[in-house]
Write a protein that binds this ligand. Structure first.
Ligand code: DX5
Ligand code: ZN
Length: 229
């Protein structure tokens, strides 16, 4: 039930293909793909061309996290580039409901992302259009930041909303956490209700000292902590 989604933001970009293949072979579930535009967030990363390049290398779900504005054209571009799940920040779309519908219409699963200070009200009317809720444990823009503790209470609040929705609808919505997830806090984060865990620096930072860029032991450590949750 718990899924681990390494963020390639912290991968070695000189050998990105290998980093994607190895992290999945090491036991990860999804590839988390961070898209930053230097407007919505103060950093600039990768776009649909890179998604298209890694698509043939793995059958794992590609989880595209748009930190970019506007979002609608990017939805189309990433769907064509092989994304399976696309999430965006409500502040980055003029019409949140329309953007969610566009994601579904393009054949992808849809997600809405909440920054640390973003209220959960955006969930009030769109649960039927969501496959995933993503809570940021840090302010978006960079890997390697410390987890903001207030996120735990927010996770519990979203967990309660999702549980109520699932009971009423019979439909599953995943609750993903992104930012500051480490071996020493993942169990507590799972206890607060997350079921899907992005980890960038924790995973890719752990493998870089080895000679083969393998991530078996860090992923096993994360799973061992999850087993305690
Ligand atoms: C932050 C990104 C995250 C980031 C996580 O803006 O959305 O996905 O890569 O990195 P860590 O796990 O190092 O906090
Ligand atoms: Zn992310």
């Amino acid at each position: 039930m718990y899924l681990i989604a390494p963020s390639i933001l912290s991968a070695d970009f000189t050998r990105l293909g290998e980093e994607v293949v190895n992290v999945i072979e090491s036991g990860a579930d999804w590839i988390h793909f961070d898209v930053m535009d230097n407007h919505y967030v103060p950093n600039l990363t990768v776009g649909p061309l890179v998604c298209e390049a890694i698509r043939p290398l793995t059958r794992a779900l590609i989880d595209v996290h748009l930190m970019a504005r506007p979002v609608d054209r990017l939805i189309h571009d990433f769907a064509r580039a092989g994304a399976n799940l696309i999430s965006f920040h409500p502040e980055a779309s003029e019409h949140v409901d329309r953007s969610l519908a566009l994601i579904r219409d393009s054949g992808c699963q849809s997600g809405l992302v909440f920054n640390p200070a973003t209220p959960l009200d955006y969930l009030d009317y769109v649960m039927d259009k969501l496959d995933l809720v993503l809570l940021m444990g840090v302010n978006p823009g960079f890997g390697g930041q410390a987890f903001i503790p207030a996120t735990l209470a927010k996770l519990r609040a979203v967990r309660a909303r999702i549980d109520a929705y699932e009971r009423a609808s019979g439909r599953r919505i995943r609750l993903e956490i992104d930012g500051g997830v480490k071996v020493d806090n993942i169990a507590e984060i799972a206890g607060a209700g997350a079921d899907t865990f992005v980890a960038g620096s924790a995973i890719y930072g752990a493998g870089q000292d080895g000679d083969a860029h393998r991530y078996d032991s860090i992923i096993a450590d994360l799973r061992a902590e999850l087993a305690k949750a």
